[in-house]
Design a protein around this ligand. Sequence first.
Ligand SMILES: CC(=O)[C@@H](O)[C@H](O)COP(=O)(O)O
Ligand SMILES: NCC(=O)COP(=O)(O)O
Length: 237
Amino acid sequence: MTKLSVNVNKIATLRNSRGGNVPNLINVAKDIEEFGAEGITIHPRPDERHITYQDARDLKNIVTTEFNIEGNPIQKFMDLVLEVKPTQVTLVPDAEDAITSNAGWDTIKHRDFLKEVIATFKDNGIRTSIFVDADIKMVEGAALTGTDRIELYTESFALGYSKGDKNSVNPFIEAAKIGHSLGLGINAGHDLSLDNIKFFKQNIPHLLEVSIGHALICESLYLGLENVVNMYLNRLK
Ligand SMILES: CC(=O)[C@@H](O)[C@H](O)COP(=O)(O)O
Ligand SMILES: NCC(=O)COP(=O)(O)O
C-alpha cells in the first residue's frame, strides 16, 4: 500500500499572503485527514515564508495520521523536530534561499554528517528518511547512513513524463529495487500530480509513501480538495 501524505505548505503560503488566519491551516489539515489522506507533510524553511515553526507545533496536536516534517537539518530545524517528535523526519539538502527543493543528498560526501543526524533522530523515536536522486550510488550511500527510508526526488520523472518520455521512470524503478534490497523503505515526492501519479505508482515497486503538495493544491482550485484527495487515493490503489 502506498500512503498519500499531503504537503500543506501552499495552504500556509496563501494564509501568509494576507496575514491573519485564512485559510486556517489546522482546519485544512484536519479536513484533509477526514477526506482520507494518510499523512500530513510540512517543509518549514528557515525564513518561515510558508510553514512557521509554530505551525509545526500546532499541527502536532491535531494530526492523527502520519506527520512528516521535511527540511535541512540545521540546528534550529533539529531542535524543532526533536521537540515536536513527528512520525517521520525527511532530511533535504536545501540551500537557504532555494525557491523549492532542487537536489537530493550527496550521500557519499555527507555520509558522516547524515549518520550523526539520523542517529540523533532515531534515538528519539523518530523515523528518518533522506531525499535522494534516483541514482544507484546515492541510494547505496543512503543505506550506509542508517536511515530507515529514502525519498526519491521525482522532479526529473515528472518533467520527462510531461514531455511524453515514459522512460524517465526507469531510474526510479532501479533505485526503488536497489533501495528495497538494501533494507530501505521507499518514499517519493516532488512535482507528482494527478497526471503522473498513476503511472508512477504502477511502475515503482515497494512504494510506501508519496508526499504531494503543489500540484494537489492547484488541482483543488478547480476540482475541490475532497475530490482531489480521493482522486489521488484511487490512483494509488
Ligand atoms: C522535498 C520536496 O520536494 C518538497 O518538500 C518541496 O520542496 C516542497 O517545498 P516548497 O513548498 O517550499 O516548494
Ligand atoms: N516531499 C515532496 C513534497 O512534500 C511535495 O512536493 P510538491 O508536490 O510540492 O512538489
